[in-house]
Design a protein around this ligand. Structure first.
Ligand code: 13P
Length: 248
């Protein structure tokens, strides 16, 4: 049986003192969960979050990284740097990065490779726009993004990869995909993984849903056959709400 994973993506929110206070309040609320709990925080919060989450079941992730180890890339942070301070996860190819920061399938693939070679677990995001959904190409788009992100990744490395299906039209809009639609899209991604790596990998890989996940819709989404948890934006900024999602 696949484990359930609930990851928060704080995006560009939370100052260090807010991050510390969030984790202090959140820890007792999720300490007994069997689900894996991850908080993906802004770079400046990473170190404080790692210290505050020490000896808890909360894992800390970053929201992006550069594919090179080091060098003249002003403003960038490498996988090696994240690993050095104890980060375990990193979101790669979030639609906001694809949309506003010119990330492409190619850079997503480079970052995925660099994350894995540095011992980080990438959470790779794929998802279609509203236009693609309406013109019937959603499945083609997300399976293609999946294939390109994973180019050159071995079957063994796939054990450390998490995928996240985030339809762009559902992010921050309050519009959630129906659990049936989300489950079908995730099934299509799982089938693509099976085509590339075989049934065993497809059965094992964790695929999350993201896009307006809230306490009130989490249970329905997470009890489908193929959705293994959530990548949660807005609702992960509130201690109570997010802890309810973790226990859904
Ligand atoms: P919301 O949960 O705010 O819709 O954001 C989803 C998301 O982008 C998580 O990565």
């Amino acid at each position: 049986m696949r484990r359930k994973v609930i990851a928060g993506n704080w995006k560009m929110n939370m100052l260090p003192n807010e991050a510390i206070s969030f984790i202090e309040q959140f820890t007792p609320l999720v300490k007994d969960t069997k689900n894996e709990v991850i908080l993906c925080v802004p770079y400046i919060d990473l170190f404080y979050s790692l210290l505050t989450a020490q000896n808890t079941n909360i894992k800390i992730g970053a929201q992006n990284m550069h594919w090179e180890e080091k060098g003249a890339y002003t403003g960038e942070v490498s996988g090696q740097m994240l690993k050095a301070i104890g980060v375990e996860y990193v979101i790669i190819g979030h639609s906001e990065r694809r949309q506003y920061f010119a990330e492409t399938d190619e850079t997503v693939n480079k970052k995925t490779k660099a994350a894995l070679s540095n011992g980080l677990n990438p959470i790779i995001c794929v998802g279609e726009t509203l236009e693609q959904r309406e013109n019937g190409t959603a499945e083609e788009v997300i399976t293609k993004q999946t294939k390109l992100a994973l180019e050159g990744i071995s079957k063994e490395q796939m054990e450390n990869v998490i995928l996240a299906y985030e339809p762009i039209w559902a992010i921050g809009t309050g519009k959630t995909a129906t659990s049936e639609d989300a489950n079908n899209s995730i099934k299509a991604i799982r089938n693509k993984v099976e085509e590339l790596y075989g049934k065993e990998t497809a059965d094992e890989i964790i695929i999350l849903y993201g896009g307006s996940v809230k306490a009130e819709n989490a249970k329905e989404l997470f009890s489908t056959t193929d959705i293994d948890g959530g990548l949660v934006g807005g609702a992960s900024l509130k201690v109570d709400e997010f802890s309810k999602i973790v226990s859904a």
